[in-house]
Write a protein that binds this ligand. Structure first.
Ligand code: NAD
Ligand code: WQD
Length: 366
């Protein structure tokens, strides 16, 4: 479609068909932005975008291009026909274990795709990129809560994590060299949950690696029981603690970041960032709360009204005992704070899972 919004600007959203991207589209479009998604659907499908159109009731504010970011001509073409006020860059491969097995595929997809994107943004005169980084850049060498100033790179244990670490540096250097470029690095903690409508959510392919999708598949009967990885951590109940953040809160964090920087603006309070790396700002997006695996099991069991089947096993290699965010900077500078609880995350995740036992694939319930 080619309708132009009365107010607001068009934003390019790479990887917008995916889990976090689709939820962010809902918030952006709700706020009056138009969105063009560039996605190769390697880990998503067009159905999520059709559901975003239906949820927002503004189908003309979303269009999409089926392209791989590494395809330079296709990315150049995606920038044609509109002026984009910024890019939100979600596109990337994210499975930690797979990245260890196939490091070259991960480096190629994540690094090369981003280099092409930055080059084509410059050609198109687009001067704002908001990047999906990760709490995985922190750890080993400092204690949580992690502030944005905590050391990065020391705790990275896999190629996926290295792509985030390396791409942060690529963007820092690109912004330092180009007065026309502003970079916003968003470090997500553990995004979970789903839109309250139950129409969009996380749709993992194969056996889930992450806790919440696994829990939801146990709840719906697709898997027998959860194995809790490690019961002997130095935490209150012995299980590992993470900062789970509702994906809708996270999506609103992107809207807050975009609103703060779009149109060449920059919010007050970035003196420290500017001193370290001109035109690059870094924000944690988490809740600031540490929740244990046992607490997740308890919260989900309460939502289900029955005990979630689970057992205890050994620790998973590479896992830290406690990871959680210092979220004060995002609150102070962007005016963003997560408001939803672990109960909301379980309730909304369960609603999505129940209504879509097979995710976006049009198959009947088991
Ligand atoms: P996702 O897999 O659901 O979404 C990523 C999207 O990017 C998918 O739609 C996929 O098809 C697309 N994509 C991948 N490679 C592409 C390429 N070369 N060209 C075009 N499109 C491509 O993942 P998500 O959970 O929504 O994560 C979004 C971003 O946030 C990723 O960069 C991820 O690394 C990062 N992140 C995720 C988490 C998390 O736990 N989900 C945590 C921290 C950071
Ligand atoms: C959470 C907790 C597990 C599965 C990963 C990436 C990170 C980021 C978010 C992208 C841990 C425990 C899990 C299971 C379990 N992604 N667990 N049984 O490891 O904190 O972070 O996703 O950037 O980079 O590493 O998330 O959901 O895998 O695990 O007990 O079957 O649940 O040990 O303590 P993690 P997770």
């Amino acid at each position: 479609s080619s309708a132009t919004p009365a107010t607001g600007e068009w934003i390019m959203v790479t990887g917008g068909a995916g889990y976090i991207g689709s939820h962010t589209l809902v918030e952006l479009i709700g706020a009056g932005f138009g969105c063009r998604v560039v996605d190769n659907f390697s880990n998503s499908c067009e159905e999520s975008l059709r559901r975003v159109q239906e949820l927002t009731g503004k189908p003309d504010m979303l269009d999409w291009v089926n392209a791989d970011l590494r395809d330079e001509a296709a990315v150049a073409a995606a920038f044609e026909g509109r002026k984009f006020g910024g890019v939100i860059h979600f596109a990337g491969l994210k499975a930690v274990g797979k990245s260890v097995e196939e490091p070259l595929a991960y480096y190629d997809n994540n690094i090369v795709g981003t280099l092409v994107l930055l080059r084509q943004m410059r050609k198109a005169g687009c001067g704002l990129i908001i990047f999906s980084s990760s709490a995985t850049v922190y750890g080993d060498g400092s204690e949580p809560p992690f502030a944005e100033t905590a050391p990065v790179g020391r705790g990275v244990t896999n190629p996926y994590g290295w792509t985030k670490f390396m791409l942060e540096q690529v963007m820092i250097d690109a912004a330092r060299a180009d007065e026309g470029l502003r970079v916003v690095l968003l470090r997500y903690f553990n995004p979970v949950g789903a839109h309250a409508s139950g129409r969009i959510g996380e749709d993992p392919v194969g056996i889930p690696n992450n806790l919440m999708p696994y829990v939801l598949q146990v709840a719906v009967g697709r898997r027998k029981e959860l194995t809790v990885f490690g019961e002997d951590y130095a935490t209150a109940d012995g299980t590992a603690e993470r900062d789970y953040v509702h994906v809708v809160d996270l999506a609103k964090g992107h809207l807050a970041a975009l609103s703060a920087f779009v149109g060449g603006k920059a919010p007050a309070g970035l003196e420290e960032d500017e001193a370290a790396h001109p035109r690059t700002a870094v924000f944690n997006l988490g809740t600031g709360n540490a929740i244990s695996v046992k607490q997740v099991v308890t919260a989900m069991s309460a939502v289900l009204g029955r005990e979630l089947p689970h057992t205890f096993g050994p620790r998973r290699a590479g896992d830290l005992a406690r990871v959680f965010a210092d979220t004060s900077k995002a609150e102070r500078v962007l005016g963003w704070k997560a408001g939803l609880t672990i109960e909301d995350m379980c309730k909304d995740g369960w609603r999505w899972q129940q209504a879509n036992p097979r995710g976006f694939r049009d198959e009947p319930a088991e």
